[in-house]
Design a protein around this ligand. Structure first.
Ligand SMILES: NC(=O)c1ccc[n+]([C@@H]2O[C@H](COP(=O)([O-])OP(=O)(O)OC[C@H]3O[C@@H](n4cnc5c(N)ncnc54)[C@H](O)[C@@H]3O)[C@@H](O)[C@H]2O)c1
Length: 424
């Protein structure tokens, strides 16, 4: 086997929300990059200089990189072998029966297998279940006879950025690298050293665990206030008052705020631990709490208003979190579906997402109930509250689990909310 002759520094396989900003960032640091995606529409958009989704600063970066000629696009994974470094940023969903779905990664490996030569370095940037990096290394050793860590290099370098903060966090969040065998960690570090973030070397399985448990921690952190919100409703208490009582001057940590906790990562990454858990069901219960927030809100509304049949409900927000256009696995969609099953007349407004929605004015016009599903910054302005006052039905019910307007009430009537938020 002769060493690889590379025509590019790095190939990024999967130009999604992780892969595209990463490919652009590598190119912006002077590397020659092959960006690979099997979606022709995505490649076409990029050729035309169009960002296929919103990520802060990414459009300016795309414009810069376009001009530099340092990014070439390709459709076939095997083209990745033209670069010395191959970084996999494909999706890793979970099957509904609590097991990682590695089909995209397996298929990319099979496409690459025949093209890999001595000197190639394969980095898994996707979030994976513990043991996956060793599986990938074992797969290459088994099918090609490579010594991993000396002939060919394999590592996990998990992506830990939050959507919308990619370009800031790529230079600040410590870059965890778990390399297989003698030199994989060192070789992959040479690639990620183009960024300013500190590099932390560890074992592959520790890198995998660190990533999924980062997300498990967040998912659990938000399940607790969500469960508390439900407990407060049962006992006639105010969740924001209880949170204030818990947190005020308490020196041993505090509780987070409630909300519609979801999104493509939090909602599936816990399954990568749950598939072999020593406490089966514990994280499923966390997921169950977060997943039941829309139903909890809907039932609490019905307790206050009676049947929703034929009543207009305005839902503000479809994205899974504030100020993003990412609707994947958003609980707002679940809320809309549940409301429709109650025969409510649902009107949705979201200024960020691709799904078609009506204007804010149209959504609010004569609405009897307003539900804030996403705490987008523009919703949290006093002007939105004023618009609710002028457009909605008299004294409509406002549901705000995010405490958008600082009124400290999950459920409040418009007049009450306006008074409370101006008083705080
Ligand atoms: N989105 C996030 O904020 C985030 C953050 C940290 C980690 N992650 C992890 O990163 C990984 C990627 O997530 P994402 O949100 O970027 O996914 P994504 O779905 O946005 O991107 C995947 C891309 O891969 C392409 N693709 C699929 N199969 C392909 C194939 N066979 N060949 C070439 N291209 C193919 C798709 O067209 C898509 O553009 C996942 O493991 C995810 O859990 C995501």
């Amino acid at each position: 086997m002769s060493p690889t002759k590379s025509s590019a520094d790095v190939a990024v396989v999967g130009l999604g929300r992780v892969g595209l900003p990463l490919a652009l960032s590598f190119a912006d640091r002077g590397l020659s990059v092959i960006g690979i995606d099997n979606d022709p529409a995505r490649l076409g958009a990029l050729q035309a200089g169009i960002m296929p989704f919103c990520e802060t600063g990414a459009k300016e970066l795309l414009d810069r990189v376009h001009g530099s000629g340092r990014l070439t696009l390709a459709e076939h994974v095997a083209d990745g072998a033209r670069a010395r470094h191959i970084v996999i940023t494909l999706g890793t969903p979970s099957f509904s029966h609590i097991e990682i779905d590695m089909r995209d990664i397996r298929s990319a490996l099979d496409d690459l297998l025949g093209a890999l030569t001595v000197g190639h370095a394969l980095t898994l940037r996707s979030t994976v279940a513990p043991g996956t990096t060793d599986f990938v290394a074992g797969y290459l050793a088994k099918h090609r006879g490579f010594q991993i860590g000396t002939d060919v290099f394999v590592a996990h370098a998990p992506e830990r950025i939050a959507a919308g903060r990619f370009l800031a966090e790529i230079d600040t969040l410590p870059c965890i690298i778990g390399g297989v065998g003698a030199r994989s960690g060192e070789v992959v570090a040479e690639l990620f050293e183009v960024f300013d973030a500190p590099i932390v070397q560890t074992t592959p399985v520790q890198a995998e665990l660190a990533k999924i448990w980062t997300n498990i921690l967040r998912y659990t952190t938000f399940a607790l206030p969500n469960l508390l919100m439900m407990d407060c409703e049962r006992h006639g208490a105010n969740v924001f008052d209880v949170i204030e009582l818990i947190n005020r001057d308490y020196p041993r940590g505090g509780i987070a705020q409630p909300g519609m906790t979801a999104g493509t990562c939090l909602r599936k990454d816990f399954a990568f631990s749950e598939e072999r858990s020593n406490a089966p069901g514990m994280l499923l219960a966390v997921s169950r709490v977060n997943e039941s927030v829309p139903l909890f809100l809907l039932e609490a509304v019905k307790r206050r208003t009676g049947s929703l049949s034929g009543r207009k409900v305005a839902v503000l927000g479809l994205a899974f979190k504030a100020d993003t256009d990412d609707e994947r696995d958003s609980l707002a969609h679940k809320l809309v579906r549940l409301l429709e099953r109650e025969l409510a007349d649902v009107a949705v407004h979201d200024p960020h997402v691709n799904s078609p929605t009506v204007s804010l004015e149209e959504a609010l016009e004569d609405a009897e109930i307003v539900m804030v599903a996403t705490n987008h910054s523009e919703f949290c302005e006093p002007a939105t509250l004023e618009l609710i006052g002028s457009r909605c039905a008299a004294n409509c019910l406002i549901v705000d689990p995010w405490n958008c307007w600082g009124a400290g009430q999950v459920f409040a009537y418009a007049s009450e909310l306006a008074a409370l938020s101006s008083g705080r």
